[in-house]
Design a protein around this ligand. Sequence first.
Ligand SMILES: Cc1cc2nc3c(=O)[nH]c(=O)nc-3n(C[C@H](O)[C@H](O)[C@H](O)COP(=O)(O)OP(=O)(O)OC[C@H]3O[C@@H](n4cnc5c(N)ncnc54)[C@H](O)[C@@H]3O)c2cc1C
Length: 467
Amino acid sequence: MQHRLIWFRDDLRVTDNAAVSAALDCDPDTQISAVFLTADTEWASFGYGANRLYYTEQLLTNLSKNLASLGVSLTVIRLETYHDQVAWIRQFCATESVSDLYFNQEYQWNERLRDRHILENSGAITVHAFVDRVLLQPSTVLTGDERFYSVFSPFKRRWLSIYQNQGVRPFTLPNRPRAAVPPGQWLSLCDRPDSDLSQFPMTEEDAKLTLEDFVTHRLGQYDRARNQPDVLGTSRLSGALARGLLSPRQCIQAAEDLVQRPIWEFPDNAFSWINELIWRDFYQHLLVGFPRLSKNRAFRPETEALIWRNIPAEIDAWKAGRTGIPIVDAGMRELRATGWMHNRVRMIVAQFLTKNLLCDWRIGEAHFMQYLVDSDLGANNGGWQWSASTGTDAAPYFRVFNPVSQSEAHDPQANYISHWIPELLKMPVKKRHAPWSGSIPQGYTAPIVDLKSSRQRAIDAFKDLKS
Ligand SMILES: Cc1cc2nc3c(=O)[nH]c(=O)nc-3n(C[C@H](O)[C@H](O)[C@H](O)COP(=O)(O)OP(=O)(O)OC[C@H]3O[C@@H](n4cnc5c(N)ncnc54)[C@H](O)[C@@H]3O)c2cc1C
């Protein structure tokens, strides 16, 4: 008799899951098992924090219930490394007579090595590896001379033409009912998060409702509201997408259902949200095309020569939200308190760290990895290297964000900074963006750096690098 094993990773859902749909497409008496394997030591070396692990734990609980209703029992096994995972899979397949292994591809370097090993040493087991995490398979969106794109705009044009031809659609669950089984039980991955994660959807149903709510009420205004951190202008689905509680196909389907057109015919305002999903794909494709991105290396090798200042007291102040620059401090406090930060503010705090403090982007990347619920190597590395002007398609080094103008432009009523820095409430609204222009309120701090001279210092450092 056939025995199928589904190996879950960051794809913790049953709806529109390529591996799940394929594995469940069989006679109801076929044995199906499901497993989620940790790699605790390896994940600690990647800097995965309590927020990510705790969120994963909640999603596993939900997944286990959903699978049980489909007649599949989920087992969670705590292991130390990817090497252990390979050994566990091999052992389980041998002792339990597994005939077919199903999983969705991952694109970071270590994960790809692990999966390649599984595929090349599968023996009698048939391995089914699916494209699920991204909309288009990395290595299919290439330049005319078959290279990976390193600039977003031409990538997007090619991506759209392939997408239009391919017609990507969600995967459906086969209608082959099986008898329900009890949900699995396991040793907890993480007992307590570092932050209050209550804003994130914890079940597939929650994620679908959040998506529906966003598409119905905010997609039309996304273009206008997406840069304002004080309003609910974006979907806040990044945690669900990163951990695979939701798929990008479901996002596109929901948007197309509302707009009643395919994405390539979307009006500009609605397309600007799809654009972000294409950025998400772009960063996964880059991981495959440029393995050094998974190895702590800069995309632009010449920037490896940059001499970063890396002053510990300044780094601590940045992490704690005590730099004296309100928009930076608000963002860093939001991150600690909630495990999430608004995209505009992510760019501001990242530029402040790498340009005004001239601190190595890897330090910021690691801090984000520790706290973000949506932590994802591709997007995080991409965002940091973009901000630090070391990456693909990066911000030009001489265009350094001024955090005060950014704050005035994107948080004009100072609602966001006042929420996260109550010390500022004693000041007139207009002065809150740069409190040092008046007398700094008690309890708040003077800027740890002069914005003008530190901007010039960064430009000089990058300029020297070029010559
Ligand atoms: C320094 C820095 C670090 C970042 N680290 C991460 C990270 O670890 N994980 C992560 O998912 N995003 C990261 N981002 C991208 C972006 O900030 C978040 O995806 C976004 O803020 C999530 O909010 P949302 O779900 O409301 O997004 P929406 O605006 O609703 O966008 C929809 C989805 O598109 C994707 N997306 C949006 N913007 C980007 C982007 N610039 N790059 C890649 N994907 C994007 C996300 O999956 C997001 O949920 C980072 C950005 C910067 C500047």
